[in-house]
Design a binder for this molecule. Structure first.
Ligand code: HMG
Ligand code: MG
Length: 311
């Protein structure tokens, strides 16, 4: 039985194919992206951010979004989403039959300029018609806020500023606000304070946690967010990723680690951990690196010990 302070189930938003891969310097073949998504769906993942319809000059790795979305197998109950920075991106996403899209703002002026080449206020003005058009076309919209627990250029960020941007996106029509610890400097107490501030303008049920694990605090922050009533978390299989416009930031919290935590807390995710670990092994070996998931590493070590005892 789940502890009564935690939700009975959480929604996991798998961002590996987008946030996980966008920072790769060598182009990851479309077929690898498609195969990763297939394996994630097989593992029971039901929400996947599959692409970003951003300028290919800014993020060349995401230039094949239309191909990825055309080639993936659609399955009932699985939502495929993509980042869109403007109407041009939205049109491409709708054309590619994305179920949902996400606009992305920031709580830091400098990060906003570096990431999307405009101020926070200008980004809000740019997103309003995007959200309106998406909703008219039947696509729900998520809203991201970056730098909620620190900015690579400005340092500390006031939770009230995070709350203001979150509330604006929510009022605009975003059904969910994903709070991004872009540089992974957040800690549990700061996480709780920031969520409390945001919850004054956005219902907690509409908040999601998006923790990069650069400082190793992501799982602790998720635990704190769960205690604050948040029940949606973004994560990236194998912990792959980073943001091209956030120097030094590493990948999101590994989905394997979030699923293990939830399993141990008695919280349903609908995801099969062993199959997810297989998907993580696939992308790690495709990228020729070892997994960043502590859980996947521990499971592999346990398997190796068991195999050596049988010999
Ligand atoms: P800009 O240069 O100001 O835009 O960039 P522009 O309107 O002047 O257009 C410049 C060129 O890009 C033009 O092409 C446009 O057609 C083209 P040209 O005429 O020079 O040949 N263009 C596009 N092409 C394809 N799709 C589009 C598009 N828009 C314009 N949608 C812009 C402004 C927003 C476009 C640019 O800054 C951009 O694409 N930024 C995206 C940066 C990005 O993807 N960052 C990573 C994702 S955010 C993230 O990782 C954080 C998150 O994970 C949460 C967290 O961790 O905090 C979400
Ligand atoms: Mg991110």
């Amino acid at each position: 039985m789940p502890d009564e302070q935690f939700p009975a189930q959480v929604k996991i938003v798998e961002v590996g194919p987008r946030d996980g891969l966008q920072n790769e310097s060598s182009f990851v073949p479309t077929a690898t992206k498609v195969e990763l998504i297939r394996r994630l769906v097989d593992a029971g993942v039901t929400y996947i951010e599959a692409a970003a319809f951003v300028s290919p000059k800014w993020v060349p790795q995401m230039a094949d979004g239309s191909h990825v979305l055309r080639e993936i197998e659609r399955r009932d109950g699985v939502v495929f989403s993509a980042l869109v920075p403007n109407l041009k991106g939205l049109e491409a996403a709708l054309e590619a039959r994305c179920d949902e899209v996400a606009v992305f703002a920031a709580a830091s002026e400098t990060f906003s300029q570096k990431n999307i080449n405009c101020s926070i206020a200008e980004s809000i003005d740019r997103f309003a018609p995007v959200v309106e058009r998406a909703l008219r076309e039947g696509a729900r919209v998520r809203g991201y806020v970056s730098c909620v627990l620190g900015c690579p250029f400005e340092g500390e960020i006031d939770p009230l500023q995070v709350a203001r941007v979150s509330a604006r996106l929510y009022q605009m029509g975003c059904y969910e606000i994903s709070l991004g610890d872009t540089i992974g400097t957040g800690t549990p107490l700061k996480t709780r304070r920031m969520i409390e501030a945001c919850a004054k303008g956005v219902p907690t049920s509409a908040l999601a946690g998006h923790f990069h694990d650069t400082w190793g605090m992501a799982v602790a922050n998720i635990y704190a967010a769960l205690q604050s009533g948040v029940a949606t978390f973004d994560s990236s299989v194998s912990g792959i990723g980073g943001c091209p416009y956030s120097p030094g930031a590493t990948g999101n919290v590994a989905t394997e680690d979030v699923v293990y935590l939830c399993n141990e807390l008695g919280i349903q995710t609908g995801i099969d951990l062993a199959a997810l670990v297989d998907a993580g092994e696939f992308i790690s070996s495709s990228l020729e690196r070892s997994t960043s998931s502590r859980v996947a590493r521990a499971m592999a070590a346990r398997r190796a010990r068991a195999a050596s005892m049988q010999r």
